[in-house]
Design a protein around this ligand. Sequence first.
Ligand code: SF4
Length: 324
Amino acid sequence: MECDTCGADAIHHAAYSGAHLCGEHLRRSVEKRVKRRIREDGLLDPDATPENPDRWVIGLSGGKDSVVLTQILDDVFGPDPRVEMLALTIHEGIEGYRDESVDATVELADDLSMRHELVSYAEEFGVRMDDVVDSDPENMAACAYCGVFRRDLLERYAAEFDADKLLTGHNLDDEAQTALMNVLEGDVRQVAKHFDASLGAFDEREATDAFVPRAKPLRDVPEKEIALYCHVRDLPVHMAECPHAEEAYRGEIQSLLHDLEENHPGTRHSIMAGYEELAGLAAEAYRGDDDGEGPALSACSRCGSTTSRDVCRKCRLLDAIDAA
Ligand code: SF4
């Protein structure tokens, strides 16, 4: 199998486009799509200046997606004085897993001379995920606790850094799985939230969003191509899977999507094209429903984070863990 462009040995066949790519052309193709997404989402504030730069927090876990995101953002915007970037790594307290991926984040941030903050659930909340899984007071999957804690820290540190945007490394497979799950669960409000929380249209969101706007610049790139990109560039990455990853439903959707993609290449792209349009319509409809104001948000009476209740979900979970 030869690369369509240069005739060198191909390392990948992208069935959805028909392209055969060697390492170098896979690298260029991934970078091109990420840059196009950044442009189309209007990630860089046109009013940013070296005196008043756009400030971005990047969620850097040390896994392949966040490592590729950080590397490409540094390639493109590292020398640009209109952008300030901070890589944020969160240690959940998972034995035999997170220590290795933290090493990868330190190596990458050092290589790039990027500002890097490392925070942990143990220091911030007095809990470790390994212990939370053992006590499990709410009888939930580990990821349900972990996601609440992680969101809280990302938001808090983004606010502390006075960030304009929070960037995460979700890829095309992650996004197509989430889209399909939301549709199959019939959760239209969640579909609307997806638009508000993760797509472009920053201007549109400013008026309604009490949270730091999010962006996912890798969301057009399939997971396999991100793994190959890491390999081609020899990036420091930690590939192991979290021992608590047990979102059974997501696993089912993942294998369903894998089979669909095998038999009908391009399925993930078409799901996302339709879903993003649908999410925009749903977001608009719910804003109208709420007189443009959305649910009433206030500060959590315990920790001050933004919530629609008196006490936020994270504080309620911590209470339950304490009591267990
Ligand atoms: Fe946390 Fe689940 Fe990710 Fe493990 S797989 S780090 S428990 S969200």
